[in-house]
Design a protein around this ligand. Structure first.
Ligand code: SAM
Length: 310
């Protein structure tokens, strides 16, 4: 499978410079403290014993999360020899693309990223059946419909800090409308996203630090916004919330980064290392305090979009 040429990236969400500020810090740096799957979103920890060392516990939780999303999009109903055409919106370093490439219920997996460093990494990996693209979902025009779409940890980037609620709803609705248009009738979608829970927005020292020093430009959604935006296009078939899943993932990443301190400082400097340590610990605290949570949402495509009263 050939990879797409690198187009200019335009997005109404997190601007390209801010994406590069975070994700293009160096694949080597992230490989130091993410696990071998290179998943950069919360794992699914139920059933993983607390005393299990993170070297095995973290990849187990990550693979359980990837399987959960494949279940949500109906992989278990795929017929042998007739696997799913899957789209991964915001594919990162390819955790799902790789997982899907080993699963014969998935025939092809297309992954979108807006990070040039991630794209270069994925293009060099050449996973069987996987097509990474350096492209925003806003520019994606598939030639054939997909059976299934997953999005893990990308929805957080679709709105920016300065937007009004109405502007955020408009972007989110455009995203769901696009996904509806790319899926075949009866197609499934799954979404994993951080969202505000016990606070109205990112005000306060931790939110300000993450918003200015780590993920500049990003704005989290609320569940009510996701529900309002997706309702015309999708029926919600599963919804779980687990702040705990992100807190445990962040604790594992923190411990791994601490152990890799010397190498991390060599790669991004002592100040960069301290910034990441603070960000991982601060984020863990926001989940533990219930300020934010993690949703996993299973969605079924409506045959015709609903016209809902405004
Ligand atoms: C936190 S990472 C998650 C990566 C991956 N899903 C995982 O679980 O490891 C967020 C990803 O969203 C991508 N992203 C952000 N905005 C995007 C957009 N407008 N279109 C496509 N991908 C986007 C980033 O490039 C990055 O790959």
């Amino acid at each position: 499978i050939t990879t797409a040429p690198a187009p200019a990236i335009t997005t109404a969400g997190t601007p390209a410079d801010d994406i590069a500020f975070h994700y293009d810090l160096g694949n080597e740096f992230y490989a130091l403290w993410l696990d071998e799957t290179l998943a950069y979103t919360a794992g699914k920890w139920d059933g993983v014993p607390r005393e299990e060392p993170d070297a095995t516990a973290l990849p187990r939780a990550q693979r359980a999360k990837l399987d959960h999303h494949l279940d949500l999009v109906g992989a278990k109903d795929a017929r042998p020899g007739d696997g799913l055409r899957l789209l991964d919106v915001g594919c990162g370093w390819g955790a799902m693309l790789e997982h899907a490439s080993r699963d014969d219920r998935v025939a092809t997996a297309t992954g979108l990223t807006v990070s040039p460093a991630q794209y270069a990494f994925l293009a060099a990996r050449a996973l069987p059946g996987a097509e990474p693209r350096l492209e925003s979902w806003e520019d994606h025009r598939p030639e054939r419909p997909y059976d299934a779409i997953v999005g893990m940890g990308s929805f957080e980037h679709f709105a920016t800090a300065g937007m009004t609620r109405a502007e955020r709803l408009a972007v989110y609705a455009r995203h769901f409308e696009s996904c509806h248009g790319w899926l075949r009738p009866g197609g499934r979608m799954s979404l994993q996203t951080i969202a505000y829970d016990g606070v109205a927005d990112g005000a306060g020292p931790i939110g300000e630090f993450v918003g200015s020093d780590v993920f500049p430009g990003a704005r989290l959604p609320r569940l009510s916004e996701i529900a309002t935006a997706c309702d015309p296009y999708f029926s919600v078939v599963a919804l779980t919330a687990s702040a705990e899943d992100y807190a445990r993932t962040l604790a594992a990443w923190s411990a791994r980064l601490l152990r890799a301190r010397a190498e991390a400082e060599r790669l991004i400097g002592p100040e960069g290392y301290r910034r990441y340590r603070r960000y991982l610990r601060a984020s863990e605290v926001t989940f533990l305090r219930g300020a934010v949570t993690l949703y996993r949402i299973g969605l079924r495509r409506r045959d015709e979009p609903l016209r809902l009263p405004v």
